[in-house]
Each structure stands twice: as C-alpha cells, then as structure tokens.
Design a protein around this ligand. Structure first.
Ligand code: NAP
Length: 438
C-alpha cells in the first residue's frame, strides 16, 4: 500500500490524486489536506463567479473525492497544527499543491494607501474567501485602475463593470453584489506596461468585454502595431490582438451609449500611487518595448484613481524548512522534486501560469516522478502508517477535521441559501462553515 499526502485541494491537488488512483488503484491511500473546511481552492475562491462553466470542473474532482481511497481532510493548516515533518513520517510522498495565494507586490511608493488592493484580496473578496470577506473596498469613487494585462485583470474589470442582472446565475457573494449595486465607478483603466503584442489576456476572455450591458472597451488605435505585424504571433495571441483591434474600431456613438468605459492604457508603467491616506491618483511613465522589455521614456503623467487593483501575479506561501525560490516566488524544485519524498505540483511548482487544465498533465507527470522514485528506491523504504497514523495525530492533538461528507452538508446549506437563480450563497466565515456540517 502506498500512502500519499497532498496539501491543497485545488485543481493541482485533485488531478494529482486522480493520477495516483489511476496508477495504483486500490493500492493507494491519498489524504488531501486543506486549511479551509471547504475543498477546491482556486475553483471556489479564484475563478470568477460569472464563469460557472469553468467552476463545473469541481464535479470531476468530486468523483475522485468520493472514492474510498481518497480522503478530504479539511480545516487543517499544515505548518501550524501539523508539520511537514509529521506528514513525512506518515506518508511515502508528501505533495505541496498549495498554489500561489499571495499577491506579488508592486514595490512602489503609495502601495500601502487605502483602497489599493492586490488581486488575491480583491478576487477573494468577491468570491467569499474567509480571509478577504471583510475587505470593504470603497466603490464610491468614479475611477478604478486595474494594473496588469492578464486574465485576472480582465476578471476584475468585468466584475466592476457588470450590472446586477449580468450576475444572474453566478455565485458572487452577497456582500460583493450589494457593494457593486451601489458602485459609482464609471471609468475602468487597464494599465499595461507593454503593448498589444505582449498581452497575456486570452481571446475568449477578451471577447467577453464586447458583450457587457453597460460598458464598452476602448483601445487607442495609435497603440496598435501595423496589422501585417500580427502575422508572426502565435494563433491565440493573434486572436487576442484582433479583439483589441475591434475595440479600437468601436464608434464614439457606442461609447456614448454605455455609461462605463473600460480603457486600455498601454505602454504605461505605474511608478507611484498618490493620495492622502486613500489613493486618488496614479503616476505613470510612458514606455516603449525594446527586445520584448518595457523601457521608460522619461515621459510621466497622472490619471485619477479612486480604487486600484493590482493584478500582476502571485507568490506561493513559504513553509518553514521547505526550500523556496525567492525570486520566482515558489518552492525550489526540479520537475516537482523538492527533497526526497517531498514534491510540489501546480502553481506551487511552476508559478502562476496556465489554465485550470494545465494542472492535469502537471499532476499526472508528478505521479510518474513519484513512481520512478519508488521504483529506484529513492523513497518508500519502510512501512508508513498513512492515514491510520494521521488519525492518531488528530486524536492526540484534538484537531477538528472536516471530512468530505461534512463538506457535502456545508454545500447543501450553501445551496439552500442561494438567491433565486444562483447556484449557492457561500459561507464566508470559517466558524459558520464548520457549524453548517452538523
Ligand atoms: P499574468 O497572465 O501573468 O498577467 C500578469 C500581468 O501583470 C502581465 O500583463 C504583466 O506584464 C503585468 N505585470 C507584472 N508585473 C508588473 C508590474 N510591476 N507593473 C505593471 N504590470 C506588471 O497573470 P494573471 O492575470 O494573474 O493570471 C495568472 C494565471 O491565471 C494566468 O495563467 C491566467 O491566464 C490564468 N487565469 C485564467 C483565467 C481564465 O482562463 N478565464 C482567469 C484568470 C486567470 P508583463 O507581461 O509586462 O510582465
């Protein structure tokens, strides 16, 4: 029998569990740990609430979760009540699938001003992550600035622009819907430090901006390179640039008819946030792109900013004793191997890139590595106690573990509390989640 501990119940964690099960069948026991009492990580608290079709992948994870040899162990923070060393003594392999839950810092003056948020906290707020539920962003101003030209920036801009009607069928949490209902924001600037050929936004997500009820996207035609230059781009990026070209062609009459404008300000690198306790303006340096890099031109300007959300990427949380690559913001690893018997997968391994689906080959690839290490004798010597040993630890330390069965009760309560047409109303408080299982 092989015993595997996976820390993190998001996509990377569940695909790894699925791969373990495919490989060993009934000869494996997998325990999936999560600090929250609820599973699915980024699917629940990262994927935008109006992207329910992406969130539906959790049904596949549930299939894995419901098999006898895979177990969800919620409400246990590894590194606090249980150490990595504890798990290493109990399981043949310990896999860190902890994602990248912390914001990369802008590293500029004014970053600590009020109403400036990183995307982890802002997205966590509208998605009901308990850590960020009390964020209370002030949406009373007119100007929002979203920094970054990736899909998270698009999510944030779209959520700020949607009407209540457009959230029908989504699982946006009640406190965010209430705040958005009272929002005064009518200008959303997306700041990109490079140009159209360097956007990280994908075509489907960009295309959604064309179908918003009360908002229209604006691109300055002067920012677009000659159309012939698009030919060298890989097809996905070419499609994204085609969307930007169509945004640039939107007639003024359409902008005049939509109360909210989503403006792309490209070749624009933020250098300072200005305000008096709360942010009011952002100082920007005009850039040009040289050899793929944004280079400042020495030309500066300011734009109003009552709310700033920086969507410039994420970092993994370090765990004491686990080698960490500070520069990359993830665990130091060689194709998922950190130390003998200790592995990482997903964003904790490769950094915050790719789609949910990218984690599938990542998880399957990692199980291949673990099998290699077992076959070569690098790990797996001596019989490990696995979940039986962990259960003894739970007794000894009086841990309050939330099981998958408990989660199904929490889920039922969330579904019962849903507004009309919504799939669920999430609990945003850990104590309320735990209380709902009984
Ligand atoms: P991302 O795709 O890496 O984009 C980050 C953006 O931030 C880039 O435009 C980057 O510009 C910019 N940036 C970084 N540092 C900056 C700085 N100091 N000043 C100004 N701009 C800066 O990251 P993400 O948007 O956080 O997304 C993370 C991953 O999740 C991506 O793989 C994304 O596709 C995925 N995701 C997918 C979906 C979906 O499929 N619907 C939704 C959300 C997220 P440079 O390129 O110039 O560095």
């Amino acid at each position: 029998m092989r015993h595997i501990a996976i820390i993190g119940s998001g996509p990377a964690g569940y695909y790894t569990a699925e791969a373990a099960q495919k490989h060993w069948g009934d000869d494996v026991r997998v325990d999936i740990f999560d600090a929250l009492p609820v599973p699915y990580g980024l699917i629940r608290t990262g994927v935008a609430p109006d992207h329910q079709s992406i969130k539906a992948v959790s049904r596949r994870y549930e299939k894995t979760a419901l098999t006898d040899n895979v177990r969800f162990v919620g409400n246990v923070t590894i590194g606090e009540s249980v150490s990595i060393g504890d798990l290493q003594s109990l399981y043949d392999a310990v896999v860190l699938a902890t994602g990248a839950p912390n914001d990369r810092q802008l590293g500029m003056p004014g970053e600590d001003l009020g109403n400036v948020f990183g995307s982890a906290s802002f997205v966590g707020w509208y998605n009901g992550h308990p850590k960020f539920a009390a964020l209370e962003p002030d949406l009373s101003g007119r100007h929002a600035v979203v920094i970054g030209m990736g899909n998270v920036a698009l999510d944030v801009a779209r959520i700020l622009a949607k009407t209540e009607n457009e959230f029908a069928g989504s699982d946006i949490v009640g406190h965010a819907l209430d705040a958005l209902r009272g929002s005064n924001i009518n200008s959303i600037t997306i700041l990109g430090r490079r140009g159209p050929h360097q956007v990280m936004m994908t075509p489907k997500e960009l295309g959604e901006l064309m179908h918003l009820e009360r908002a229209s996207p604006r691109v300055d035609p002067a920012d677009l390179p000659e159309e012939a230059e698009d030919a060298i781009l890989e097809p996905g990026l070419r499609k994204s640039v085609t969307h930007l070209r169509s945004f640039a062609a939107i007639p003024e009459s359409v902008h005049a008819d939509t109360p909210i404008e989503i403006e792309f300000d490209m070749y624009a690198s933020p250098v300072e946030l200005l305000g008096d306790g709360k942010v009011h303006k952002i100082r920007i340096e005009r850039t040009k792109v040289e050899s793929g890099r944004a280079v400042g031109t020495g030309e500066f300007y300011e734009i109003p900013a009552d709310l700033v959300v920086s969507c410039i990427g994420y970092r993994t949380s370090p765990i004491p004793g686990v080698p960490f690559d500070e520069r990359a913001g993830r665990f130091a690893n060689d194709e998922g191997r950190i130390l003998p018997g200790l592995y990482c997968v997903g964003w904790a391994r490769r950094g915050p890139s790719g789609t949910i689906g990218t984690n599938r080959p990542d998880g399957y690839g990692l199980i291949d590595k673990i099998v290699e290490d077992i076959d070569s004798g690098a790990i797996g010597g001596g019989r490990k106690k696995g979940r039986e040993g962990f259960d003894a630890l739970v007794e000894e330390r009086a841990l309050e573990v939330v099981t998958f069965r408990d989660w199904k009760k929490i889920e039922e309560a969330e579904e019962a509390a849903a507004r009309e047409g919504a799939p669920r109303e999430k609990f945003v408080d850990i104590a309320a989640m735990i209380a709902a299982r009984s």
